[in-house]
Ligand binder design. Structure first.
Ligand SMILES: [Zn+2]
Length: 757
């Protein structure tokens, strides 16, 4: 029986279904003539049928069989195995090595000396039934890479997540961390931000722990009964100051070849200023329980069965860490499929192969899918397919320590990449769930098109449709999720190997992966292994196949297109939104300061202060000047004008089957298109961090992985540097106008394109 509501829902769905009824294969792919689009779809269908979940599982078991961090025997073994596997499929691959600074611990001590004694275990025990969890002799100990050596004893202070706002709260309570050791929980920022901000506030040491609130028993059953973090599980990780520059700390901006000029270790700016150590919640609990002082604000409390207090003390802690500061060799595996028509236009694709320990999820779930993608491409080559453009596949090493393999490789090949790289497509961990698409908005339309052509392995729906319905269910802008032609993609901050391509070289980039239905708390621990993955994530490796299909179709479609399928209207729409956000942010800052000054004058703070729990009143702040956003608005107007002109030219060239797109004049259009993203780069980089040159995307200086869009302006406003904000608005406005000029150049080249006689 059908109830009334179901009928009603059915009626509402009808128009939506009609809109989608047109078969996708009837519309030519963007950048393709009708005939080349038809043959492309045939190749793509052949490709998509090849990836086999069983093989992805086999690669995962092999690659995650032993710990394989940079510098370990199995890391090199894996690189050689990947190389031999690719060669066996007839692909042309090689290993490119670099020599990078990678400290490993020789001493780790954490103990409480008062009010009672407690020695932290700093060990993750093996789990019965999980065979690789017992490979102790090859496992890296639990630690944070690029912590400075140190031996400090000091009172302890709890600083919540250790981000700048947490220190503002501490200041309001009159609590200083000067001379103290801080304990921060994971979350709220990238981990490297925590020791950086603690050091800026005068702390002498930093402990980071995993609170069960984030990824332990508060979320679900812990490993091995469930996927979440067990009491002794520790999140290893890099704490280098990556928002300054990623890669080898000793060779900023250049490849870390054997004879490269290196900084002295003591002069490397991305090594922390204070010692840092990550710990489990079993080790953190006695330390936190021994704190007195004010009760932590509600938002600061985790899920341990204690009253969270801030301190300082009476807990006193001794932290000692010492490292072997050695260079290690990393092994990138690079495979090339030469382009038959435009060999000097490159489509790049990569995933890292190194892990903190066994890393079945991070990164092997992505690397195994990438490998299967390559087996499918090798099979197409045997059937006679030849890509128009050159395709470069990479398996990066040393990602976990700070994107070492990808950064050094791209710095070494920077000149060639600047000339030839059209797109870089990255993946990393992959699991059950929804397609996550992030990256350059010049590729938003393109990747939406790919997502429409990949089926979700568990639902009878394209992954695009499933994602749209999820946004209708959960996003704040339902109307947009229903009506906008393309689903918005996220902007990229940092956190994986796309960083050097997008942020340093301004190569249009995408990061792809499935996620959202395989929660877990094994990140960067010994429990991220084949046993965990098979029990709790994509156990049948079908989302691995979906990733191989998604990224593989993207590579094929980019490599074979007559015209590179960038789109500038979605890009302009996105930049306009960012400019709007900045205007709101600046106005909000101003209003907030005016209001607070007024409350200070009215005596609000002294009247509401609780004398038993006193707070320090805020200081008066100068009212900021109005900022002139006209240069950014003019830049957006220029982008809009040229984006429209380009679309018109493309429409014209695509008329009558689009045979004009197959003509030789397209070469000039492609050359110009490839250079558009590069125009978004400033040679001077961002204020105080010249390595980061893209003017639309960057990881936040105080968020780490989290993106800041139009970062030069946004961070100036956030940091209340009004004069700098004004200067950066002018500079970025000019960058947008220059980008508009490049789009105009591509449009006028496209206008001249005629069908071959
Ligand atoms: Zn990873």
């Amino acid at each position: 029986m059908v109830d009334f509501m179901t009928l009603l829902r059915g009626l509402i769905l009808v128009p939506a279904l009609l809109l989608c009824a047109q078969p996708a294969s009837d519309t030519p792919l963007r950048g393709y003539s009708a005939s080349s689009s038809r043959s492309q779809r045939v190749w793509e269908a052949k490709f998509a049928a090849i990836p086999d979940p069983k093989k992805i599982g086999e690669y995962m078991q092999r690659l995650s069989a032993r710990p394989h961090h940079i510098g370990s025997p199995y890391d090199k073994d894996n690189a050689e195995w990947i190389l031999a596997t690719l060669a066996g499929w007839g692909l042309d691959a090689k290993i490119e090595t670099f020599d990078v600074l990678f400290p490993t611990p020789t001493e780790r001590v954490l103990e409480m000396t008062a009010p009672r004694r407690f020695k932290a275990k700093l060990q993750e025990p093996a789990v019965p039934g999980d065979s690789t969890s017992g490979q102790h002799s090859e496992q890296l100990p639990t630690y944070n890479a690029y912590s400075i050596d140190g031996d400090v004893t000091a009172p302890l202070v709890y600083v919540n997540q250790g981000v700048p706002e947490d220190y503002e709260q501490l200041e309001r309570r009159g609590i200083s961390v000067k001379g103290a050791i801080v304990i921060a929980r994971y979350g709220g920022s990238w981990r490297g931000i925590k020791p950086k901000v603690a050091g800026e506030h005068g702390a002498v040491g930093c402990i980071i722990y995993s609170d069960p609130h984030e990824d332990g028993y508060a979320q679900g059953e812990v490993f091995p009964a469930g996927p979440w973090r067990p009491r002794d599980g520790v999140q290893r990780g890099s704490v280098m100051d990556m928002p300054v520059y990623p890669g080898d700390p000793l060779t900023p901006g250049i490849g870390a070849t054997r004879d490269a000029r290196r900084l002295e270790i003591s002069k490397a700016p991305t090594i922390t200023k204070i010692p840092v150590l990550p710990i489990s919640y079993a080790d953190a609990k006695p330390l936190l329980a021994a704190l007195e002082g004010p009760v932590a604000p509600a938002a600061w409390r985790g899920s341990l069965p204690i009253t969270y207090r801030i301190g300082p003390g009476p807990a006193r802690v001794h932290l000692k860490v010492k490292f072997d500061w050695k260079l290690h060799t990393l092994y990138n595996v690079i495979a090339t499929i030469p382009g038959a028509g435009s060999p000097d236009e490159w489509i790049l694709r990569g995933n890292h192969h190194d892990a903190w320990v066994n890393g079945a999820d991070d990164p092997v779930s992505g690397a195994a899918a990438e490998l299967e993608e390559m087996r499918a491409l090798a099979a197409l080559l045997k059937q006679g397919w030849r890509p128009r453009r050159t395709i470069v596949y990479a398996f990066w090493d040393g990602e976990e320590q700070g994107l070492l393999g990808s950064t050094e490789w791209a710095e070494q090949h920077a000149e060639e990449l600047s000339q030839k790289a059209a797109v870089y497509i990255n993946s990393d961990s992959n699991g059950r769930g929804y397609l996550k698409m992030a990256g350059s908005h010049t590729l938003e339309k393109f990747i939406n098109g790919v997502a429409r052509d990949v089926q979700d392995p568990e639902k009878n729906l394209p992954v695009w449709k499933r994602l749209q319905l999820e946004r209708i269910a959960n996003s704040t802008d339902r109307a947009e999720a229903r009506q906008r032609a393309d689903l918005r993609i996220e902007a990229l901050g940092s956190g994986s190997d796309y960083t050097v391509f997008l942020d340093h070289l301004a190569v249009a980039s995408l990061n792809l992966g499935y996620a959202g239905e395989a929660g877990g708390g094994i990140y960067h621990s010994i429990y991220d292994d084949f046993y965990w993955y098979r029990h709790f994530s994509d156990s049948g490796f079908v989302y691995g196949r979906a990733l191989a299909q998604t990224a593989g179709i993207a590579v094929l479609r980019l490599a074979d297109a007559d015209m590179l399928p960038y789109d500038f209207t979605n890009f302009t729409d996105t930049v306009r939104r960012y400019v709007g956000e900045l205007q709101k942010l600046a106005a909000g800052q101003r209003e907030q300061i005016i209001e607070r000054n007024r409350q200070i004058d009215e005596g609000v703070f002294s009247a509401i202060d609780d004398s038993r729990n006193p707070a320090v009143p805020p200081a008066r702040e100068p009212v900021p000047p109005f900022l002139n956003f006209a240069p950014l608005e003019n830049g957006v107007a220029a982008l809009q004008r040229e984006a429209d002109r380009f679309e018109k030219a493309l429409e014209h060239a695509s008329a009558n089957g689009g045979e004009a797109l197959a003509g030789p004049a397209l070469r000039d259009v492609n050359r110009r298109l490839l250079a558009v993203e590069r125009a978004l780069m400033s040679e001077h980089g961002l204020p105080n961090r010249p390595w980061y040159r893209h003017q639309i995307y960057a990881p936040g200086f105080y968020t780490g992985y989290g993106v800041k869009t139009i970062p030069a302006v946004r961070e100036s406003v956030e940091q209340k540097l009004w004069k700098q904000a004004d200067e950066q608005i002018t500079l970025v406005g000019r960058i947008l106008e220059n980008t508009g000029e490049r789009i105009q150049g591509a449009a006028s080249a496209l206008e001249k394109v005629r069908a071959p006689e």
